[in-house]
Design a protein around this ligand. Structure first.
Ligand code: UTP
Length: 273
């Protein structure tokens, strides 16, 4: 199974920081956000991690390329921990496809259709971190228990925040699994069917890729992943894994990025002997 990481967006909400630096390259504690995501994809047992990149974002590819001269210079100075960290980043096995224009998340995923070869696939948003790498294995279990159905991660949020997110309607079937009946994009608080918001980790059936191919631009001229998920719900079952706030961290806005840095840095301090 392939793990697709869309990272070709414009990062508008982070300008001017993202004028020359991709949003996914902003540091979270000691490494760029996207390194956590690539590591999670590799840890999930995906046979290939594919970053959907923009041709302008050279920094992402440079980060995952080997840097033997830098490693040697660090080792000469006895800085072996840093040399190991640089060597590790350059050893992560990543491939790339390109989205030539940022026409939406659905369009970005569609750009990797030749990679998925008619199989189910993961989508891992490049600006959402799951440092414990614990969600994808659980999502695979749920999918396997339901004949290969699509599974999406959802995060409970306070009711006053639902209007900022995609929200699911459905029914709980176990403590942490819901059967999804509909997806509602940014509902007003009083119309929200639940407080479970779509959170950046998806295990999708091959049918979703087919539907994306047929997708027409919707809101803002973009091809949305939510529209394809909505369409697949009319044909196939879909399930949601309800995650805990400590499972996932958003870095897509200045505020959430600062909060994520604080939480993960604190976690490192707490683990110190
Ligand atoms: P976001 O909407 O959070 O990223 O998409 P963005 O579009 O860069 O942010 P703003 O709205 O301009 O501030 C979630 C992920 O999907 C990727 C982004 O790079 C991000 O990692 N994405 C989004 C694409 O790859 N292509 C797109 O056309 C849109």
């Amino acid at each position: 199974m392939k793990a697709l990481i869309p990272a070709a967006g414009m990062g508008t909400r982070f300008l001017p920081a993202t004028k020359a630096l991709p949003k996914e390259m902003l540091p979270v504690v000691d490494r760029p956000a996207i390194q956590y995501v690539v590591e999670e994809g590799l840890a999930s047992g995906a046979d290939e991690v594919v970053v959907i990149n923009s041709r302008d974002k050279k920094a992402i590819e440079e980060h995952f390329a080997p840097a033997p001269a830098l490693v040697a210079a660090l080792r000469d100075k006895g800085k072996h921990d840093y040399a190991d960290a640089v060597e590790h980043a350059g050893s992560l096995n990543v491939s790339y496809v390109y989205q030539d224009e940022p026409l939406g998340l659905g369009h970005a995923v569609r750009c990797a259709h030749e990679k998925t070869g008619g199989e189910a696939f993961f989508v891992l948003l490049g600006d959402v971190l799951v440092p414990k790498n614990n969600l994808l294995p659980r999502m695979m279990e749920i999918s396997a228990a339901h004949a290969g159905a699509s599974v999406i991660a959802v995060l409970p949020v306070p009711p006053e925040e639902v209007s900022r997110f995609g929200v699911i309607a459905g029914t709980a079937i176990t403590e942490d699994v819901w059967k999804v009946e509909a997806l509602v994009e940014k509902p007003p608080r009083e119309e929200a069917p639940s407080n479970l918001t779509v959170f950046g980790r998806y295990l999708l059936s091959p049918r979703v890729m087919e539907l994306l191919a047929q997708g027409r631009p919707g809101v803002g001229g973009e091809i949305q992943l939510t529209d394809a998920l909505d369409a697949v719900l009319r044909e196939e079952e879909m399930f949601a894994l309800v995650i805990k706030p400590t499972d996932g961290f958003d870095t897509g806005t200045v505020e959430s990025w600062l909060e994520t840095n604080k939480a993960l840095f604190q976690g490192r301090i707490d683990r110190r002997p």
